[in-house]
Ligand binder design. Structure first.
Ligand code: XIL
Length: 403
């Protein structure tokens, strides 16, 4: 009988580790037990083909959220007349790409059609209109949403309830009523309360935890807290502040996610700001990784080209991990480091693939970088050769890309 050498035997059963590059943000997040790393997107952006291509890169994005087309003004522009074309386009894209879908948002004071915000309501008529909206929209998308942001931004900065037609005519009971209607319409979607400035300790974060308890006290299902995380370079919370706030929610028996992450700065951006931004992104990713009930992170679009920030915060911008030319910024490396990305070792044993990802610097590799991939930059030890038809172009000290 021929004796296999131990090397040949190892090769035969695939035991030898195969050093591979951790290809992207979603893959790094999944390697650490998260469900997804994802991004918001909007219907108008989908005609931009380089944009669409990277949006569908599931190494980076395993989840998408429509940034506008599932909101009340889009889905029910006049009473009981529903329009799902925009939301459906994003839901279909998620399905085609094999990405999870976060659905956003059922009840919110903003982007409400006039018939709701300026209508004449009684408690009874607004409860009926709100239940009808939640039921029809959640039923339409039944089975397709990993999660729904059921109520969005119900709080003021001091932790009191925000004035809205819902609070005014229904009182705080509008929250459990909305969650109950969503649970009845789509029993498998995770139901979230979602808000901003609830990522670090303070009266608003305390009030968000109280909302979880309020809904639970009604015996109604709530599954998660979404921390929008529209943060600011330089005043972004520390990793420990992020972690302790995250656990204040998950200790209530719900999951949590960063749902709209972006970190804006005063324009024009400087190298120092971009380096700080990278570290701020790293802290958010690391906080999520450390808490097993933090299921994922969604950035509020991945490129500055389509960021909402400059429209809403004049003089500010550059909030996303890719710039307006779709080139990765230092923030990308910060996210990847926070997610524990870097080199990964894949071992295949009799059909089972195990991937362990170390939190080291980028891997040493002799491979060829594909179009859009990194090919150089400070401390970069990955591939420096670009696939034919592209050249390695320096974008900044930290990043060169095959274009
Ligand atoms: C923003 C969209 O990105 C913009 O395109 C739109 O003009 C305004 O709304 N909190 C939320 C999101 O929950 O729905 C908001 O999205 C950003 C703040």
């Amino acid at each position: 009988m021929v004796q296999l050498s131990s090397l040949a035997a190892a090769l035969a059963v695939g035991l030898l580790p195969n050093l591979a590059v951790a290809a992207g943000l979603h893959e790094a997040a999944v390697a650490k037990g998260k469900l997804y790393f994802g991004t918001a997107t909007d219907n108008g952006e989908l005609s931009d083909s380089p944009y669409l291509k990277q949006l569908g890169n599931t190494a980076d994005f395993g989840q998408i959220t429509p940034s506008n087309s599932m909101k009340w003004e889009s889905t029910e522009p006049s009473q009981n007349s529903f329009s799902f074309a925009g939301g459906d386009a994003i839901a279909d894209l998620a399905k085609t790409n094999g990405q999870k879908l976060r659905c956003h948002a059922l009840v919110w004071h903003s982007q409400l059609p006039n018939w709701v915000s300026s209508g004449t309501w009684t408690n009874e008529t607004l409860v009926a209109a709100m239940k009808n909206h939640v039921t029809k929209v959640a039923t339409h998308y039944k089975g397709r949403c990993y999660a729904w942001d059921v109520v969005n931004e119900a709080l003021n900065e001091d932790g009191t309830y925000r004035d809205s037609p819902f609070l005014k005519h229904i009182g705080e009971a509008y929250l459990p009523i909305a969650f109950a209607a969503a649970a009845a319409a789509d029993p498998t979607a995770k139901l979230y309360y979602n808000d901003y400035n609830i990522e670090s300790p303070g009266p608003k974060a305390t009030a968000a935890a109280k909302i979880v308890k309020l809904i639970q006290s009604y015996g109604v299902k709530i599954d998660g807290v979404g921390m929008q995380a529209h943060l600011i370079v330089g005043s972004s919370p520390s990793e420990s502040a992020l972690s302790s706030t995250l656990s204040s929610y998950t200790s209530l028996g719900v999951e949590a996610a960063y749902t709209e992450l972006d970190i804006r700065l005063k324009l024009p951006s400087t190298d120092a700001q971009l380096a700080q931004q990278s570290n701020d992104y790293r802290a958010v990713a690391a906080a999520c990784i450390k808490n097993t009930d933090c299921v994922g992170i969604t950035i509020w679009d991945w490129t500055d080209k389509y960021s909402w920030i400059p429209d809403v915060f004049p003089g500010e911008g550059a909030a996303c991990p890719w710039d307006e030319k779709l080139v990765k910024k230092p923030a990308y490396a910060g996210l990847l480091a926070g997610l524990g990305g870097g080199s990964s070792t894949t071992t295949t044993t009799a059909g089972t693939t195990m991937t362990t990802t170390t939190s080291s610097a980028p891997p040493t590799s002799t491979g060829v970088a594909q179009k859009w991939e990194q090919c150089g930059g400070l401390h970069w030890t990955g591939p420096t050769v670009c696939v034919s038809g592209t050249t390695c172009q320096k974008q900044n000290d930290y990043y060169s890309q095959c274009l």
